[in-house]
Every structure is written in C-alpha cells, then in structure tokens.
Design a protein around this ligand. Structure first.
Ligand SMILES: Cc1ncc(C[n+]2csc(CCOP(=O)(O)OP(=O)(O)O)c2C)c(N)n1
Ligand SMILES: [Mg+2]
Length: 576
C-alpha cells in the first residue's frame, strides 16, 4: 500500500475499528484533516479544547471496550491532551493519541512551538512512538494499536507535520480483531484460597472494576460464603445491582456499612480492586487478592494469598472448592447496617421543608428516578461524584463514568460527548459541578455544533464545594473557593441550547423531567445548598478535631451564620 504517512495512520485506525477522531485542527495536522475530509468511514470531531477531546475518546473506549482516538497539533495543541490522556490511561481505556510535531528538520533547535512529546507523554501512556522516517509508520502503528488494546491504555504516536505528508509504503494493517484472552489462575492457587476461605469465620468480599462480566459468579460465591460484598466506585457498575449481598461503598465517599463490613472481617477477598486508601483496609484480617495484573497484588495492603488471573475465571474455579457456610451472622449484621444507612441516605434526599436552596441529594435522587433505564451518566469530580456514588443506582444497563482514578475536574461534560457520539440512541446525562462546567465551558458549544442531545445538570453551589469540605476537615476556613457564577440556563440559551434554572425545591421535578425529555442538548442549572456537609464513613481523630477547629474559627471570624447553616444541613447527622 503506497500513500502518505497520515493516510497510513488513518488506515490502521480504521482497521482497528476507530470511527471518529476527536481533536482540534492545526497546521501540523493538515495531512490528517485532509484525509478525514475525503473519507466517510471515519469522522473528525472537533472539540473546543484538546483536553475534552482526550476525555471524550477515553469515555468512548471505556464504554465500548474498543479502540478510540484523539489528536492534537504540535506543541500546545497536544500538550492540552495530556490531562485527559492521564485519565484515559489510568482508567485502562484503549486510546491512540496522535501528537503531531514540528518539522523534522527543526527538532532540537528550540523552534516555534517545540516540545518533546516522547518525554511529555511517557507517564500517561503504555507506548509512545515517534515516526521519524516514513518507512516506520506501519510498524509504529501496529505496535501503538496492539499496545493500547493489549495493555488497555493510551498509545501516543508522534509525527512531524512534514513526515505526515511524506509518501510511505506500508504493509496492510494486521488483524486487530483478536479478543482479550482469559487468564485462568493455576488450580493450586485457587485451592490455597479455598482452604483459607473454608476455614474462615467472617468473610467479606471487596469488588472492584475487575469484576466486570463476573456478576453472577460474584453473587454465587457470596451466597456460599455468606459474605457481604463491599465495592469500589469503579466496581459499582458491576457489583451493586441484583445483589442481595451488597452493603455499599467504602472509602472517603462511602458508607459506614461498607467500612465496617471490611474492618470486621476475618478474611477479606479482594477481587479486581486497586483501591488506594490504606486506612480503609483491615489490619487484622487475612487477605486473598485476585488481580489480572500481578504488580497490583500487595501494593496497597499485605496479602496472604495472591492470585494472578481474571476474576470471573477465578470465581468459576473457586465455586466447586468452597463449602456452604452456615454461620451468617456477619452477613446479616452487615446487611442490617446497610439498610439503616440507606434509610438515612434516603431521608436526606427528601425534598426538605420546601424552602430553597435545593438539597443536592434531592437532585441526585430525582436524577436516579427520572433518568432512563439505560442512561449513561457521567459525574464531575467534586460533590457530583459523591452524590452519584450515593444515589444513582446501577441496574446492569446504566453506565456511570467519572474521573474515578485520576480525579480530574471537568471530566463529566467531555465524557458525555464521547458517550453520546458512540451511543446516539441512549440518554446521556452529565452531572456537572459549577466549577467543573466552567473549566471546560466551551464544550457546551461542541454539544450545539454536533447536535448532541446531552443533558447537562449543574450542581450550582457557587463554590468549589468539595474543596471547602476538605478545608473544613483540616480545621481551615474555606478560602479561594468562592465562584461568582452567571445564570447557566440563560448562558446555555445564548449558545443555542435549551436552558432552565431551578431554585425552588417544588419546581425541580418538572424542570428535570422537561430537561431529560428535551429533544436536543439541554442544560438545567440547579441552585443547590453549598453547605451540605458530608463526612466520610469514619472520621479520624485528626479530622474530628479539624471540624471542631473549623467551627471555632468560623465563630471567631464572624462566620457564625455558616455554622448555623451547617447545623441545619445536619452536619453531625450525615455521618454514615
Ligand atoms: C483539574 C483539577 N483541579 C483542581 C482539583 C481539586 N478539586 C477537587 S474537587 C474540586 C471542586 C470542584 O468544584 P465544582 O465542580 O464546583 O464541584 P462541587 O464540589 O462544588 O460540587 C477541586 C477544585 C481537581 N481535582 N482537578
Ligand atoms: Mg461547585
């Protein structure tokens, strides 16, 4: 096959199933955009910020499990991709990023816009290759695509603008369609796990994103072991639904039922979870950890039996080796605890006394109630993630995306763009913070330009509220967290979207339902309570002291009103 380097790159992407490339055009990308202009089997989707392009590609890959792509022009253009690529790489999304480069003859001369992408992208990719000579393009593309698919991460292909135009002879793309292999753990390892579990008293299962596709086996093992199942945020999609053993999340956003089910266990069975907060792991329990990536075994907590393999394959092998446990006291205590937590959560999500501001919990609960059965919901880092974790229920069809591993603000709207383009027939809802939305505000224009019917729900609390919570927990007075916002609904209208603002609790249900049922892109600006304080499932003495300190400082500084506000928002009552 003889064509230009850019044509070969696109040909390889198409052969790997890529149907759109997100990005922003630029001189050094001209050979690519010229190619897209002529083709019908792959589409160029321009965003307003390259970071959004990377988030959109990452979301698409996470939702479909297939390869997706984005591109940035030389220097600042591809620098802007970086944060979104970090998120994609850390959430194991197969994404190929094309990073075009300054003319090859100028590299190393401190030329206009010169950067060195092969260094810059090293930490956010599984592979980074430079096409420095046209003859390399076929093999670099093969390695990039196979690395991305095989290691589930980001591959970056760096191409100087002149090389992209150069003629190249490349082999036809190889077959990229091979499915993921199943890694079956050795029988001997499964037997060691079974022996420990058969001899154990209280067993708890901790389920992460590695439980994808293993729902039924997970529930069967919990039934045999009489084990409550705690999950991570990324495990929520796979472990929460149709699961009588579910006792919720643990962690900073989690519930005390999840926390104590783990802390009280004699054996903790960790399945495909790489939860990073060490203080939430039990110190006395024996630990069995199953993970497809050997390097993850034992990196958070000391492990007694470490098993390398797919969770589903492990559970299938385990089931015949474990005995039905009779003692179910631990399970029942954990389930009872979870019931109480849920009751309390639901109480906080009631409409309240009818006076503004609207409770964010009420908004989240209504989204859960009114969003369609197979909605794809994205949530911004900040309190929208917290409310989504607590109130958006999974059912095996819904999807929930966030920046759960990288923790970047402003993820929800660009992820919704990737979700809607790859799933045109599904309802896509972005739960945006006012800080998050304004960070990549230009992406509202992307919705309008591409007529993407995404529903943007803004938790408008005029603050970087989550950071305020963290400051208060440290005994600090909130500072630098105030946001002076426009009316986001009229702002949306002015760019050509439907826009509604809700300030009164009584109006919210109709406003939300109208927004969700709107035909095109629509935004609902909801003025929510800024001082809705949420505390982790267990406060350390330091944090408790921190809140106490904050309260004293707030009073001494004449911010007593806020303290009263906080008290009204059930400061101490929200401790789960
Ligand atoms: C890119 C980035 N900058 C800063 C932070 C730190 N941070 C975490 S949550 C948050 C506040 C988010 O504010 P907003 O979107 O308004 O959501 P809220 O918590 O107020 O609901 C900030 C600043 C971050 N996680 N990512
Ligand atoms: Mg906010």
């Amino acid at each position: 096959m003889k064509s230009r380097v850019a044509d070969v790159i696109v040909e390889y992407l198409v052969a790997a199933g890529v149907t759109r490339v997100y990005g922003i055009a630029g001189d050094s990308l001209n050979a690519f955009t010229e190619n897209f202009r002529r083709r019908t089997d792959i589409r160029w989707v321009n965003t307003r910020h390259e970071e959004a392009a990377a988030f959109a590609a990452g979301a698409e890959a996470q939702l479909t499990g297939r390869l997706s792509a984005c591109a940035g022009s030389c220097g600042p253009g591809n620098l802007h991709l970086i944060n979104g690529l970090f998120d994609a790489n850390r959430s194991r999304s197969p994404v190929v990023a094309i990073a075009s480069q300054i003319p090859s003859s100028e590299i190393g001369t401190n030329y206009f816009q010169e950067t060195h992408p092969e260094y810059l992208f090293r930490d956010c990719s599984v592979y980074c290759g430079v096409v420095s000579e046209p003859g390399q393009v076929g093999s670099i593309m093969s390695i990039a695509i196979q690395s991305s698919l095989g290691r589930r991460g980001v591959s970056v292909v760096v191409v100087p603008g002149d090389i992209a135009w150069a003629e190249a002879e490349a082999a036809d793309p190889p077959d990229f369609s091979g499915a993921y292999p199943v890694t079956t753990p050795p029988v001997e390892d499964v037997r060691r796990a079974a022996e420990l579990l058969n001899a154990a008293g209280k067993i708890t299962i901790f389920a992460g994103a590695g439980c994808s596709g293993a729902h039924d086996e997970l529930v069967s093992v919990a039934a045999k072991l009489k084990a409550p199942i705690v999950h991570t945020l990324r495990g929520k999609e796979y472990a929460e639904y149709d699961n009588p053993y579910d006792v919720g999340l643990t962690g900073l956003l989690g519930f005390s039922s999840g926390y104590y089910a783990m802390m009280d266990s004699d054996v903790l069975l960790i399945l495909g979870a790489d939860f990073p907060y060490r203080q939430f792991y039990p110190t006395r329990a024996k630990i069995v950890q199953v993970d497809i990536r050997r390097e993850q075994i034992g990196r958070r907590v000391r492990v007694d039996v470490g098993i390398v393999g797919d969770v589903k394959a492990f559970l299938q092998a385990l089931i015949p080796l474990i005995r039905d446990k009779v003692d179910d006291k631990h399970l029942h205590a954990s389930l009872e605890h979870y019931r109480n937590v849920r009751e309390s959560l639901d109480k906080h999500a009631a409409i309240g006394d009818g006076k503004p501001p609207i409770r964010p919990q009420y908004l989240a609960k209504l989204v859960d109630e009114l969003a369609s059965d197979d909605a794809i919901i994205t949530c911004d880092v900040g309190t929208p993630t917290l409310w989504a974790a607590r109130y958006i229920r999974m059912n095996g069809k819904r999807r929930l995306l966030g920046s759960f591993t990288h923790g970047s603000m402003a993820n929800a709207l660009p992820q919704a763009i990737g979700a809607q383009l790859s799933h045109p027939d599904r309802q896509v809802v972005s739960l945006s913070g006012d800080g998050g939305l304004s960070m990549l505000l230009g992406e509202l224009l992307t919705l309008v330009q591409h007529d993407l019917p995404v529903k943007v729900i803004v938790f408008n609390n005029s603050a970087l509220s989550y950071v305020e919570l963290e400051m208060k927990a440290e005994g600090l007075l909130p500072y630098g967290t105030e946001l002076k916002n426009p009316n986001f609904a009229t702002l949306a209208q002015s760019v050509g979207m439907a826009g509604v603002r809700a300030e009164q609790p009584a109006d919210l249900r109709k406003a939300l339902s109208d927004t969700l049922n709107a035909k095109g892109p629509a935004l609902l600006d909801v003025v929510v309570n800024r001082n809705e304080l949420v505390t982790p499932p267990k406060l350390t003495l330091k944090e408790l002291t921190g809140f106490g300190l904050y309260l004293i400082k707030a009073v001494l500084n004449g911010q007593g009103d806020e303290v009263i506000d906080l008290a009204k928002s059930n400061l101490f009552d929200t401790r789960f």
